[in-house]
Design a protein around this ligand. Structure first.
Ligand code: SF4
Ligand code: SF4
Length: 361
């Protein structure tokens, strides 16, 4: 690993221009409709300078900090999922011809993405989706050349618990890693591509003091997290509590709206639908995100396998925290806290799993 460098705040645009010149479409956090969300970034001025987020179960607010920092917030509303696994997209189109029909795949033809400000939890979620969607051509078309500029978290929200899932606050996999200090960033190269983009910037080496401050800030972010997941073999522990009365208690509050699954950066359930033109000459199949909280999702062989909300909540939580281990060898939860924040009923999976397992949250 090359020596870490220091990028002053006023040279962040040099990095953005470097990415644009290399052919990337630069995506980064922006203030949009009262939230911080990823969007296309033309210049560093579009970053959420001087803002931080307050996130607790069922609540999201932005506050001004008065500090000239671009990344003093925790997580954007959505992770990176929609940028690679589109919420809705056509898979193929068909056209009737004189001797039959023509079928054409609708593979995305887009510039490679450079994600500036990727959080550790979201990069861990991308790694989980990489494993699940490894053979999905639509996902791979967007994902294969993507470049990640991580910004290690120094200010978690109250909803965050990535330290307990082992997925943050320091990102583990990136092309370029940044830690924000008062006047700029400690910069690390995490891949040959990242190094190739940093080198032309001719940045000075980060000082020993800057490196120590960066390290302390990320370590302190882990210590500030108050939520956690229970330890141990959650697949086995949850299976042993499949009939616990707390599932029915959560169902009294759960609206089965599916917000948690839509905001979760690892959820991958989807459905397909076909439409045909009125003249019967063309047809299209599209894929869209689905949710295990939806009625149709559990409709199988003519009947509903999970008619009750309690069963759907149990399906979601036990898959995410338990059966994901059996299927993929790791947890389906990266501790981003979005399912807490964006649940209209303020349901907190860290508290619910603790109640089900008889532990203190
Ligand atoms: S289950 Fe909740 S906290 Fe875990 S990754 Fe999904 S949205 Fe984030
Ligand atoms: S847990 Fe919350 S977000 Fe998820 S389906 Fe129930 S009410 Fe909606």
């Amino acid at each position: 690993m090359a020596t870490p460098r220091f990028l002053p705040h006023n040279r962040l645009d040099d990095l953005i221009r470097q990415l644009q010149a290399a052919g990337y479409r630069v995506i980064g956090p922006r203030l949009q409709e009262g939230v911080i969300a990823y969007g296309e970034l033309a210049a560093a001025t579009e970053l959420p300078w001087g803002w931080q987020d307050e996130q607790t179960p069922g609540r999201y607010r932005l506050q001004r900090t008065g500090q000239p920092l671009a990344f003093a917030w925790a997580t954007p509303t959505q992770g990176l999922k929609p940028w690679f696994f589109a919420p809705v997209e056509p898979l193929w189109r068909m056209r009737r011809t004189s001797d039959g029909f023509e079928l054409a795949a609708c593979l995305p033809q887009e510039k490679p993405l450079a994600i500036l400000g990727a959080r550790a939890c979201d990069l861990a979620a991308v790694a989980r989706q990489d494993a699940i969607l490894e053979h999905d051509p639509h996902y791979q078309a967007r994902r294969q050349d993507a470049l990640f500029i991580a910004v290690h978290c120094t200010r978690p929200a109250a909803s965050c618990f990535c330290a307990s899932t082992g997925t943050g606050p320091r990102a583990m996999r990136f092309d370029i890693g940044l830690t924000e200090l008062d006047t700029g960033f400690v910069v690390e190269a995490g891949s040959p591509r990242g190094r190739g983009l940093i080198e032309p910037l001719a940045l000075a080496a980060a000082s020993a003091e800057q490196l120590a401050t960066a390290q302390k800030a990320v370590a302190a972010a882990a210590l500030r997290q108050t939520r956690h997941l229970p330890p141990g073999d959650l697949a086995a522990r949850l299976a042993a509590h499949s009939e616990h009365p707390h599932w029915a208690e959560v169902a009294q509050r759960c609206l089965a709206c599916g917000n948690c699954t839509q905001a979760c950066p690892t959820c991958f359930c989807h459905a397909r639908s076909e439409t045909a033109s009125a003249d019967d000459q063309t047809a299209e199949q599209a894929r869209h995100w689905d949710s295990c909280f939806g009625e149709l999702h559990g409709h199988l062989a003519g009947f509903q396998v999970r008619p009750e909300t309690a069963q759907r909540y149990r399906q979601w939580l036990t898959h995410k925290l338990g059966n994901w281990w059996t299927q993929f060898g790791e947890s389906g939860c990266v501790g981003c806290g979005r399912c807490l924040t964006w649940c209209p009923a303020g349901i907190d999976l860290t508290q619910e799993v603790a109640a089900i397992l008889g532990e203190a949250a």
